[in-house]
Design a protein around this ligand. Structure first.
Ligand SMILES: [Zn+2]
Length: 351
């Protein structure tokens, strides 16, 4: 009988050691530490994916999922668009992250959701500024910390520790940041606010207040109802035509909105009696394009505009949609602010 182990026995031993995070002949403490480091690294990657990927996840996330432009990762900047997963509200049929004080949901649940969301975006000690939104063109300029309740649909600030927010469930949330001057803006643009040019005027106001140079301005358009799903009536069409020379670029005629018919048009072709035209056209509005044009008109470079591209109505498992859910739904939030404790911009410099 041989005293030294066979090759087979050794490889068996190596497998056991590897499973336990050890390596034969190495100090066990070092091996343990390496295995802990590897585990921590794996977890860090998982958390990072959960927080900052700016596109639809392959599977509906279980936890809180936040959308954010990849270039917006700065130590002094707090920002993000919430989605609906990972909260404690149950009234809308899931475990939802409802961040709006709507009648159907309990205040306690909303407050718990807000705290969780603020933790994920690492808001720290920032004070959440929430507006009573009224589909207006009103933009508040916040020069000092405030606790008063604000009515309006836009806010801009360069005060560290103020976290601006807009609440949406189809309307367009637009966040803007001056990367050099460390100033931020948040805007709520439904069709009425868009007609009132809230984004164009709001960014214009930022340029005046903070002397923002166009090249330093970056904007993000969060999830909202897409042109795919946003049929509008004559009133809306008329308002846009009266306000924007480019209005016709924002509309698209959709002749048949039935997804089944879109997918299998041949099945339905023979159903129409000869001589009959297509069913009545619907006019769909592209609110993202409308607000993208306003950002450009206000001086934001096209390449600095990030668009989530997610339609609220097309992604009911991930996003709240007022229209899709017939008004019975929660609210998502877009937030932006200069982290409390961050140095305020004092003069020209690079960072
Ligand atoms: Zn859609």
């Amino acid at each position: 009988m041989s005293k030294s182990p066979t090759k087979n026995q050794l490889s068996q031993l190596d497998r056991w050691l590897r499973a336990g995070g050890f390596k034969r002949g190495k100090h066990p403490q070092g091996a343990l530490k390496r295995s802990r480091d590897a585990r921590d690294a794996r977890q860090a990657v998982a958390t990072e994916e959960l927080r900052t990927v700016g596109k639809r996840p392959k599977k509906t996330p279980k936890g809180i999922y936040v959308l954010r432009p990849p270039k917006w990762r700065r130590s002094w900047l707090v920002s993000g668009f919430s989605t609906r997963t990972g909260g404690v509200s149950t009234i809308f049929g899931g475990k939802d992250l409802n961040l709006g004080l709507v009648d159907a949901d309990s205040k306690a649940a909303v407050e718990k959701n807000r705290r969780a969301f603020l933790r994920v975006v690492k808001a720290g000690k920032s004070h959440l500024v929430s507006m009573k939104q009224v589909h207006s063109g009103i933009v508040h300029v916040l020069n000092a910390p405030t606790n008063e309740s604000l009515t309006g649909d836009g806010a801009i600030t360069n005060v560290p520790g103020l976290l601006l927010s807009v609440k949406v469930a189809d309307c367009v949330p637009v966040l803007v940041v001056d990367m050099r001057k460390k100033a931020v803006g948040a805007f709520h643009a439904g069709w009425r606010g868009t007609v009132k040019r809230i984004v164009e005027n709001g960014v214009g106001r930022m340029r005046v207040e903070y002397d923002s140079a166009p090249r330093d301005l970056h904007a993000a358009i969060g999830p909202c109802i897409g042109q795919c799903c946003y049929a509008v009536g004559d009133e809306v069409i008329g308002e846009f035509r009266s306000q924007f020379a480019y209005a016709d670029k924002l509309f698209r005629e959709v002749f048949d909105d039935d997804p089944l018919k879109k997918k299998y048009p041949l099945l339905f072709m023979t159903q129409r009696a000869p001589g009959h035209g297509p069913v009545a056209a619907q006019t769909h509005l592209d609110l993202v394009e409308a607000n993208r044009r306003q950002l450009i008109a206000a001086g934001v470079a096209e390449k600095n505009i990030w668009i989530s591209g997610l339609c609220t109505s097309c992604n009911p498992d991930l996003l709240f949609s007022h229209r899709k859910e017939s008004g019975f739904t929660g609210r998502m939030m877009g937030v932006i602010g200069v982290r409390s404790g961050a140095s305020r911009h004092v003069g020209p410099r690079k960072d």
